[in-house]
Design a protein around this ligand. Structure first.
Ligand code: AMP
Length: 289
């Protein structure tokens, strides 16, 4: 007998809503629970941490890979966003995923498509929405579709995209979608940089500067815990980010659930959120206080 470890089973690759439903129906018929991990592909350890949690929580795991055109503005990186489906499928095979939902743009948005989800609340907090006004409408619409297509019991999202996690959680609640949205911690490089598919864009010099964002978040969180003045702390942080070569979009302290502005720790649990461009690459990060 060969001592080689048994090759893992390749997940089913589904490209249409009908084949996705066919693939998942037998699981549901057996009473198995299903977790969905929505992604745009170019998978890294952050995505795989969501998959690992999904495997613990549910009997079956589906991962969606779809670079969603409606959440990109015409000036953004939709065309150049990294696409590496074969490598992603290999990683998901190793991770023990059951199904990969990789719809074509036509399957997701067939001719005549005319309905959108328009999130409010956290989606209008003046953070990502201020710089990417199209973004949360695109995300909420595609995630609502993913949820109704796969009908999962659980859906895993990263805290890395914190405002998105709040928006999706609220949307599932508001639309009475029968699933539990699970938010999971940000996976980071050793130097603190949050893993992101967009880190592939960074030049060596930009990559060297990128950990500044997390360093500043940590310093601000520590100062807020010492009850120093939040505005003053954030202004120092903003200066540090800019002096390290970033064009800052925002560095803000917000209520961790509503994302409303906070003046002091008495206003509730605080989340620090940052977005900044280095060269052509826009990075975001956040940290709980
Ligand atoms: P994306 O492919 O960038 O749309 O991300 C798909 C999912 O993975 C989202 O829920 C992200 O928040 C999550 N994610 C991305 N990067 C990380 C990370 N470094 N740690 C944890 N989750 C992440």
């Amino acid at each position: 007998m060969s001592k080689r470890p048994k090759a893992k089973k390749r997940p089913q690759i589904l490209r249409s809503v009908a084949t996705l439903r066919q693939a998942l129906a037998p699981y549901r018929a057996k009473g198995e629970t299903i977790a969905l991990v929505p992604t745009m592909g170019a998978l890294h350890r952050g995505h795989l941490a969501l998959v690992a949690d999904a495997r613990k929580r549910a009997d079956r795991v589906a991962v969606s890979i779809f670079v969603n055109p409606t959440q990109f503005a015409p000036t953004e990186d939709f065309g150049s966003y990294p696409r590496r489906l074969e490598a992603d499928i290999k990683a998901l095979t190793e991770a023990g995923v059951d199904a990969v939902w990789a719809p074509t743009a036509l399957a997701m948005y067939p001719p005549g498509f005319a309905t959108r989800v328009a999130p409010e609340g956290a989606a209008l907090a003046g953070l990502e929405d201020k710089f990417r006004p199209h973004f949360f409408g695109g995300v909420a619409t595609v995630v609502a579709k993913l949820f109704t297509q796969a009908q999962p019991d659980f859906a895993m999202f990263g805290q890395k995209d914190y405002q998105q996690l709040r928006v999706v959680t609220q949307m599932a609640k508001d639309l009475d979608l029968p699933l539990k949205v699970i938010g999971l911690p940000t996976v980071r490089e050793n130097d603190g940089l949050a893993l992101s598919s967009r880190n592939l864009y960074l030049s060596p010099q930009e990559r060297a500067a990128a950990p500044t964002l997390y360093r500043v978040l940590k310093a601000c969180a520590a100062a807020i815990k010492r009850n120093e003045n939040i505005d003053a702390i954030l202004n120092i942080g903003r200066g540090e980010i800019e002096s390290d070569g970033f064009a800052l979009d925002y560095l803000e302290a917000r209520h961790a659930l509503t994302l409303a502005p906070v003046a002091s720790r008495k206003d509730g649990p605080i989340r620090l959120l940052v977005a900044a461009k280095i060269g052509k690459t826009r990075l975001i990060d956040n940290l709980g206080v």
